[in-house]
Design a protein. Structure first.
Length: 482
């Protein structure tokens, strides 16, 4: 009997590990691309594409927009003999004073002083491209100075100053940058373009030290918008802008709807360039925000901007039950410290911002929120709002029209007297105390064809359910001009 039990336990163990091994294999083979380091690379035949570039690509120094170390190593190993540069310091510098390299404790492992001196010399040769240590002017907002400092390859200075002799390698990054014009479309082909032909293109830079607050985490499936993707982010993010306009606007497409902290607040972000500007934000849930215009900061004539998400990242709750409460409480299943998830970070010119054609109404969720010309803050993907939401919409350019709000007021929201107000460009135009059911507010306005800020304020809020901890008040069905 004991043998039978042992055999069953052994078979269960083997089956469990076989399942795990199969999952890793399936993921690596591109059958799914949930959290892999290089999703889509097998099906896109990236190595074959790199080999073709190596054999017949145009001449010139190549600057890659690689977003992670795995991406960079594959490109560097395939494009041997080409001048390939990265803004992020994937391959150095290394600390020559580290005890791992030079301390007496490791003498038996690394050999005598002569051997260690040779190792030190090799490290110094490797580090030469990274000796330029840059301090980003200004101060981080309530943050450590270290996040404003970064090592940066001085060869990039010459490459960027001579764009006619430089090429930009747009990698198969599957990272959510530069997608304002093409939301949800990801490049499956490597593109090698003259640097001078690219403008207002962001390249992620690894700033300061390795720290969860400076991270863009792995690309993953968007659980709120099926078929799309998002990336978790920390607080401080640094970018190089390829050939920026004199003044640019940062586009931040973001969600805090699954922050699971009982607030899910949209953070008030800041952009640091030649100056400092605040990105307007309100409410809880998702947002697409456009910063005020700002000029990049030039470091040796190379343009950079820094994005401060306005608050430190936090971990997801890690509830445990039963025997799991007895041990390992210091270890977290998800160790990330995140502010929320981005669907896109882009920069656009001042002219492009002025040419925005905002829609006249927001009616469908989540599809209505996907319009790249729609600026909004504080709306959950399913239409719920918490205490405040802002939406920028265009009035018709002829005659009178109605500013209309249709919403669902749940019974839970009216356990205490509920107040709902509508503002137009900051001015209150309607205020009601609705009962449970369908809410309709209509205000007559004169159409002028311009973009206007519509605010919806509701209080008090309540927790949507015991399993859905989001704060909520009313659920928007329609808001706009008709």
């Amino acid at each position: 009997m004991l043998r039978i039990v042992l055999v069953i336990v052994a078979l269960a163990f083997v089956a469990r590990n076989t399942t795990t091994t199969l999952w890793y294999g399936v993921t690596a083979l591109d059958w799914t691309a949930a959290t892999t380091e290089l999703p889509g690379w097998t099906s896109a035949r990236v190595v074959t594409q790199l080999e073709r570039l190596q054999a017949g690509g145009p001449d010139g120094v190549i600057v890659s927009d690689a977003s992670n170390v795995s991406n960079a190593f594959v490109e560097a190993s395939s494009l041997t003999g080409r001048s390939l540069l990265f803004f992020s310091n994937f391959m150095g510098p290394y600390d020559v004073t580290s005890p791992v390299n030079l301390g007496d404790k490791w003498a038996k492992v690394l050999g005598d002083a002569k051997v260690r001196a040779a190792i030190t010399s090799e490290i110094q040769v490797h580090n030469r491209p990274y000796y330029l240590h840059v301090v980003f002017d200004g101060r981080s907002w309530n943050g450590p100075r270290a996040f404003d400092e970064f090592a940066f390859d001085p060869r990039l200075i010459r490459a960027v100053r001579h764009p006619q002799h430089t090429l930009l390698l747009e990698s198969v990054n599957w990272t959510l940058l530069n997608h304002w014009k093409t939301p949800g479309l990801y490049n499956e082909r490597l593109t090698l373009r003259p640097y001078s032909s690219v403008s207002n293109f962001l390249v992620k830079v690894a700033s300061g030290r390795s720290h969860p607050n400076t991270m863009i985490w792995r690309f993953e499936q968007d659980v709120l918008e099926p078929g799309k993707s998002f990336e978790a982010v920390g607080r401080y993010l640094l970018f190089h802008i390829v050939n920026p306009s004199k003044r640019v606007h940062v586009v931040l497409d973001f969600t805090a709807s699954i922050q699971s902290d009982g607030k899910d607040a949209v953070p008030e972000a800041w952009v640091l360039g030649a100056g400092r500007v605040r990105v307007p934000a309100a409410g809880s849930g998702a947002a697409r925000l456009f910063s005020p215009p700002i000029s990049p900061q030039l470091v040796d004539r190379v343009p950079f901007i820094e994005l401060d998400m306005g608050r430190d990242g936090t971990r997801f709750p890690d509830p445990r039950s039963g025997l799991m409460k007895l041990y390992g409480n210091d270890y977290h299943l998800d160790y990330r410290r995140i502010v929320g998830f981005v669907r896109d970070i882009s920069v656009i010119s001042d002219d492009a911002y002025r040419a925005l054609q905002a829609p006249r109404a927001l009616a469908d969720f989540p599809s209505g929120l996907e319009d790249p010309n729609l600026e909004f803050s504080g709306v959950y993907e399913d239409g719920w709002i918490a205490d405040r939401a802002l939406v920028w919409l265009s009035e018709p350019d002829h005659g009178q029209c109605d500013l209309t709000l249709r919403a669902l007021v749940p019974g839970e929201a009216t356990r205490k007297p509920l107040s709902v107000r509508v503002t137009l460009d900051g001015r209150i135009v309607a205020s009601v105390q609705p009962t449970a059911g369908e809410l309709l507010i209509q205000v007559r306005v004169s159409g002028d064809g311009k973009r206007h800020e519509i605010g919806i304020l509701a209080s008090p809020t309540f927790q949507l359910s015991s399993r859905d901890r989001r704060p909520g008040s009313i659920r928007i069905r329609y808001v706009g001009f008709e």
